[in-house]
Design a protein around this ligand. Structure first.
Ligand SMILES: C[S@@+](CC[C@H](N)C(=O)[O-])C[C@H]1O[C@@H](n2cnc3c(N)ncnc32)[C@H](O)[C@@H]1O
Length: 206
């Protein structure tokens, strides 16, 4: 298992380069997904694994958003984006498996490309923590990669996988949905937002 400490170190080093490395994918691939992920959400919202704040441009206007991340260096980049965009968001350093936030804090939780960074044995504790801090009737939206069924795309993903692991500590095959019921949550929808390789899981507390 790659411990949170190792992930923190990785993102501490990556923080200044993160937006640049993601640039080829951000505008054409990710931004339409981010828009869809945040659509219709309101109230108190958690941006879990906020990173450099790529979601900020899509926060609903009247929402009160809190962004948490394991890496102070990623949060420093998020602070720069917050100032630049004039976004009203509270940023905090916290581990998604043990946030220290109060029970029933949020009306919605959004996690984009966080669960593909968490190892298999971190999926369940992270989902349990999300279940604890979200309110009854709330919605959890998780955006992550999946391995394509298409042989050609599968092959290309297999070529990319070592780089994605080395640079981001991420995997394409985390299968987060398999842990949802065990965490005491309901999976209500799996919506593919880019081909069959990026999906949004819509989850509700029971
Ligand atoms: C691939 S980046 C995604 C960032 C952002 N959500 C986005 O869509 O661009 C993953 C982020 O999750 C953070 N992270 C990794 N493990 C974490 C954990 N256990 N708790 C909180 N954040 C974590 C990393 O520091 C990094 O900023």
């Amino acid at each position: 298992m790659d411990k949170p400490l190792n992930k923190r170190r990785k993102y501490q080093r990556l923080a200044r380069l993160y937006d640049l490395l993601d640039l080829p994918f951000e505008f054409r691939r990710y931004q339409p997904m981010r828009r869809e992920m945040w659509q219709g959400l309101k109230g108190d919202i958690l941006d879990a694994g906020v990173g450099t704040g790529r979601n900020m441009a899509f926060y609903p206007e009247d929402a009160r958003v809190t962004g948490i991340d394991l890496s102070a260096a990623m949060l420093a980049q998020a602070h720069i984006r917050k100032e630049k965009l004039g976004t009203d968001v509270t940023l905090m350093e916290a581990d998604i498996m043990d946030t220290g936030l109060a029970d029933d804090s949020f009306d919605a939780i959004v996690a984009s490309f966080l669960f593909c960074v968490l190892e298999s044995d971190q999926q369940l504790p992270a989902l349990r923590e999300l279940g604890r801090i979200c309110r009854p009737g709330s919605e959890i939206r998780i955006l992550e990669y999946a391995i394509s069924e298409n042989p050609m795309r599968r092959f290309v993903m297999a070529l990319w996988a070592p780089w994605v692991w080395l640079v981001y500590g991420a995997g394409f095959d985390r299968r987060t949905e398999e842990y949802v019921a065990k965490a005491g949550l309901d999976l209500v929808e799996v919506r593919y937002l880019f081909s069959d390789i990026v999906k949004m899981l819509v989850i509700r507390p029971r």
